[in-house]
Design a protein around this ligand. Sequence first.
Ligand code: MG
Length: 340
Amino acid sequence: MKLSFQPLGLTLRDTFRIARESSDIRKNVILQLEDDTGLIGLGEAAPSRYYQQTAETVMAALACLRPPSDSDSFLFEDLIAMARPQLGQQRAALCAFDQALHDLAGKRLGAPLYRLFGLNPAATPLTSFTIGLASLEEIRRKVEAAADYPILKIKLGTEQDRAVISTIRKVTSVPLRVDANAAWRLETARECLSWLKDEGVELVEQPLPPHDLEGLRRLSESSPLPIFADESAQTPEDVVRLNGCVHGVNIKLAKCGGLREALKMIHIARAQGMKVMLGCMIESSLGITAAAHLSPLVDYADLDGHLLLREDPYSGVKVANGKLILPDGPGIGALAKPFS
Ligand code: MG
């Protein structure tokens, strides 16, 4: 098995801004595994500065990863267990390796990933479409342009939170999900939750800083809306710690280290009676489609990272009126597109 990788530059349609950062371009990494029959498995790393990752740190970590050249690529548990300590905190790099192993296995068996996982492709959830922070005028324009999406995810966490929601409510009555990206403190969060409920918001993601589990627990106890952890829920161990602190978790392949880790998190969350959302970073259709194959297992999807790109170098999962439509080609089923 031969491993190689290269950076992938992605340009966003609009500046994407959340409470702590904004970006116009992203640099991800594409990893390729080639077996001795010439079949190729692909995976995508979407590094996040928030988790101390860049394309450079991901590529430096991958350069040290040496799966034995005679290894059986079907033994993903063994190969991932070998890679995990080598890649350390570079979990976006682990994610790319994990996706490529699954893609290769699916291609060798001639089966799409959802079949390898035993999942029903008709059971995918609707995905939300994200509206980042912007001027009120810009938010209004973005919401109008998102008329095809039946659920919106709204980034909050600034002084103008109330104005953002009332601007959106002048344009649409669709259900809203709110993500504060850790920007509030307990009292602000309590205040916001009471009026957000009246505005048709169905859940609130990461209201408090990631390490404030006690704050999350106190907030969740009396919250009129379900509280989800995102930044607080990076690994399977985090989901164990979050038991009793939140109602649900947002799981992302790039954040946890790929499909195997995501599956563990889903099962731990379920065993603790928690709801599950599957989210994403800004990624091409390669990484988003890999995640979408797990979506029949979850309650909520926020798999829109590829929809925010000016040009997506891959095609794969489709979104029709919010519904995720899985490709049925082997493996991840994402195909490279020629640039227009
Ligand atoms: Mg989030």
